[in-house]
Design a protein around this ligand. Structure first.
Ligand SMILES: C[C@H](O)[C@H](O)[C@H]1CNC2=NC(N)=NC(=O)C2=N1
Length: 112
């Protein structure tokens, strides 16, 4: 069993890096069951919406995710609303999902 995604580090990802394979996809998705794979304009992404009691709590969580992104140098889309934060991870350089996206999704869950 490979170690938990949330303790792994993102690797530098360049254009041409491999997307997650069809065989790996279900194995990785099973490790982050609260995340939904979405395909937009042919690009597969991982998405999760978190609910909070008010805007300040949503804002604080969004800030933590931003700090994580800088630490990993891998950046999500963050939709910040009153009582909700939607996080979407994908790898722009390869227009799809890299192992990094799963690592970052798992790390995002640990920020709660
Ligand atoms: C220049 C380029 O944006 C950087 O190399 C990094 C920054 N953060 C990134 N974040 C994500 N999600 N995908 C990328 O391809 C990516 N590239």
């Amino acid at each position: 069993m490979t170690e938990q995604l949330s303790v792994q580090k993102c690797e530098a990802c360049q254009v041409g890096a491999p997307q997650v394979s069809d065989e790996e996809l279900p194995v990785l998705l099973a490790q982050i069951p609260d995340w939904i794979p979405e395909v937009r304009d042919g690009v597969m992404m991982l998405e999760r919406e978190y609910k909070f009691k008010n805007y300040k709590l949503s804002w604080a969580f969004a800030n933590k995710v931003s700090a994580l992104a800088e630490e990993e140098f891998h950046h999500p889309a963050i939709l910040l609303e009153w009582g909700k934060v939607k996080i979407t991870w994908w790898t722009h350089a390869i227009k799809g999902l890299h192992r990094n996206d799963f690592i970052c999704a798992a790390k995002t869950d640990k920020l709660l």
